[in-house]
Design a binder for this molecule. Sequence first.
Ligand code: AMP
Length: 369
Amino acid sequence: MTVGIVGAGQLGRMLALAGYPLGLDFRFLDRAADTPGGQVAPILVGEFTDPRLLRKLARGTRVVTFDWENVPVAPLRALADRARFAPPLPALAAAQDRLAEKRLFARLAVPTNAYAAVATARDLARAFARIGPGVLKTRRLGYDGKGQFRVRGARDLDAAWTALGGAPLLYEQFVPFDYEVSVIGARSTRGEIAVYPLGGNVHVEGILRVTRAPFGTPALARAATRYLTRVLEHFHYAGVLTIEFFVKDGRLIANEMAPRVHNSGHWTIEGAATSQFENHLRAILGLPLGSTRARGHAAMVNLIGELPPLAQALAEPGLHWHDYGKSARPGRKIGHCTLIEASAGRRDRRVRALLPALAPGVRVSLPRP
Ligand code: AMP
């Protein structure tokens, strides 16, 4: 059984690596051959919009899925009679546009922060007058804090407009959160749903650095599961879906969603009974979902820009190493590592001790839930 994957980044690579033990085969489509996915499965090289390549990718595959949600949806829709896409294209379309995403949350009564669509400098001034301090974001193609401008006061409005004006924008309220969490779950084509314990996420300069899981109170996890389930059911979803939340005074405020496996779920490879990657494959193929139970207290640290020496890392007992096979470049996610401990306290002490070697020169503070 072959699965097609649009995008051959590290997420695609980890999907393939999770699928081989199930007897699955993979085929990628990406703009370059030299990609993490291309190192582990055949790859078609070209544009995501090329109808010929998309047809070739779909031919002979049971289902086509995504490693990246920002692929143009129209060429995929045109192929709907030849290929089955999972997650469904409407979920992809909603996640590609921050405004559509906020509207979806509002419609499904998933709490989110105040927001306004911004097309002109006057819209921005009006949005600021109504909402107060916030963040101006491009509606499309923003990731890892890119395409964002923090507006602390009226004096920042001109600079924000100069930086981002011209593209369709979203202005949203700044949330002085206590911490951030994400909920990750799968819905299968048969309607079965399985949700992982919450992950607590620490971002530095907009990029995820550390995820600890399980994280937060049972009440918080229940609320997040309820909201995630609403979105999954709304789309008759198939695959893994992630929602990222701010937590302020014990309440969840949805920030954004990703219709795919997620960086904050990498801990599930060693830290859960079934990884998010395997469950994504099970879900899109209509197979029974695996248990999402945590196997202990996990911490995942992203390796950004450069990798510490392998021998030094492997000398750490129980540290699981994932090198994505990418070339090193400042700000680029090139790997991650995970450790599992028997208690949250022990896990946090170990991560704190390891962080200077894993994230040299970066100040990471780990909040308590
Ligand atoms: P995003 O790409 O929207 O997930 O933003 C990346 C990170 O920037 C988030 O995980 C937060 O740490 C921070 N951030 C984005 N939007 C806001 C906001 N409205 N209030 C506070 N922090 C934010």
